[in-house]
Design a protein around this ligand. Structure first.
Ligand code: PLP
Length: 443
């Protein structure tokens, strides 16, 4: 035992004295370590964790770079990156040090106060987004909250005189009620109806349908929500010219253009935001951009960027809030993640590795692969049949994590720090897939 005395602080009147131990003198806390097998933890999961996600595929205890290890000690190449979150890979030393230092200095404050981290992150996001003077940021904890804030903001547009909100078929904007109202999949939406009213879904990428939506009652449209690259729907980029037309029509009818870059943003496609690619965005300036996922490199943080003073002023004092949004630790995590991406030239690496990987996957020549598409390190391997889940299960058995995001699509969203050598086992796996797979053949 150390001779360092306990630090005692006085509790509020009526309470006892709370005892704080100086660092390094703590008794071991009953926190879970890597001990216990996959089978034991899986069993405990089924009794304690709500069954919204289905059975966990593995119990993971550790990560490093693009690899994770399960409780039985098996290593996996993580080509999903926590679904487009772990941009810097696992346990990145710079990110870990930044988070630890901030937590050891000032972990949380209320939004009655601010911190340099909150201000600096907001400024960084405005700069990365090329936002004009008068633009502002609202920080959240997740993507759905960023879109929830965006939907509230668009409701304030024209003081409620614009009840229509447009979104696209295949869209995924989140699971809270407002964001869910913008999410297209019936299985996600219908059990929770009635949802906030006014949302209309347009066929994906269909410019005629977009024109038609504005042709009648265009002045009643508050906003058009789009993902420049739809992630959950199978890594589908909007066709060339679509966003430019969306900007033209929304401007002409006084509606807001909201880009959901929760999955495609923060460097995932090789630019800070997917709409900044000329062939995707066509140089459009949106009214709102939402971000999350990769923003904090694995630490939960999201945000909404409102372009220009008019849009930034739509949510006034008291009209929105969050306890954790702008938290100093989350803000520092995002600043460190952005800093490492810049310092290590990772945007260029994402672009180059993404191109090489797509080409290598195509050149396997396996007839089971219909198409390989994507932008940067958001990649889809489109298969000729509905066997994506079977292939993903076989990949997991072979020590590689990928995601069957549709019955025919494998999604990859690996860490930006991945190398050509590290990803080779996946290329080999795709090359070796039997043309007409069955579970037995692949496994
Ligand atoms: N928007 C997009 C485009 C997403 O891909 C997601 C999550 O997959 C969300 C919003 C919701 O983000 P979160 O899961 O952090 O709430």
């Amino acid at each position: 035992m150390s001779s360092t005395p306990d630090v005692t602080v006085t509790a509020p009147a009526g309470g006892g004295a709370a005892r704080h131990r100086a660092p390094g003198t703590e008794d071991a806390l009953p926190l879970p370590t890597g001990a216990g097998s996959v089978a034991e933890w899986t069993q405990r999961y089924t009794h304690a964790v709500m069954d919204t996600f289905g059975a966990p595929q593995r119990v993971l205890v550790r990560g490093e770079g693009p690899y994770v290890w399960d409780a039985d000690g098996t290593r996996y190449l993580d080509l999903l990156g926590g679904i487009a979150v772990n941009s810097l890979g696992h346990a990145h030393p710079t990110l870990t040090a930044a988070i630890s230092a901030q937590l050891g200095t000032l972990g949380h404050i209320s939004n009655f106060f601010t911190s340099p981290a909150q201000v600096a992150l907001s400024e960084r996001l405005l700069a990365l987004a090329d936002a004009p003077a008068g633009s502002r940021v609202f920080l959240t904890n997740s993507g759905t909250e960023a879109n929830e804030a965006a939907l509230k903001l668009t409701r304030r547009h024209s003081d409620g005189a614009r009840p229509r909100v447009l979104a696209l078929e295949g869209a995924f904007h989140g699971r809270t009620m407002g964001a869910l109202s913008l999410t297209h999949k019936a299985a996600y939406r219908e059990p929770f109806e009635p949802l906030p009213a006014g949302v209309e879904f347009l066929p994906f990428g269909d410019t005629d349908a977009l024109r038609a939506a504005f042709a009648d009652d265009g002045e009643k449209v508050a906003a058009l929500f789009v993902e420049p690259v739809q992630g959950e729907a199978g890594v589908r980029a909007l066709p060339d010219g679509y966003l430019a037309l969306a900007r033209e029509l929304t401007t002409a009818h006084g509606a807001l253009l909201v880009l959901d870059e929760v999955q495609s943003g923060m460097g995932r496609t090789g630019r800070w935001f997917a709409h900044q690619h000329p062939h995707i965005g066509g140089g459009v300036r949106p009214d709102v951009v939402t971000v999350a996922k990769g923003l904090g490199g694995g630490f939960p943080v999201g945000g909404l960027i409102a372009y220009g003073p008019q849009v930034a002023g739509l949510l006034g004092r008291g009209q929105h809030g969050t306890t954790f949004g702008g938290n100093p630790v989350a803000s520092v995590a995002a600043l460190a993640t952005i800093g490492v991406i810049e310092r290590d030239g990772l945007l260029a690496h994402v672009t180059d590795l993404g191109e090489r990987l797509r080409e290598r996957l195509r050149s396997t020549g396996n007839p089971l692969v219909r198409e390989v598409r994507g932008e940067g390190l958001l990649i889809a391997v489109e298969l000729t049949g509905p066997v994506a889940a079977t292939v993903a299960a076989a990949a997991l058995e072979a020590g590689i994590v990928v995601n069957p995001c549709t019955p025919t699509t494998l999604r990859l969203a690996p860490p930006f720090v991945l190398t050509d050598e590290q990803v080779q086992p996946f290329v080999d796996l795709i090359a070796a897939l039997p043309a007409v797979p069955t579970t037995e053949e692949i496994a």
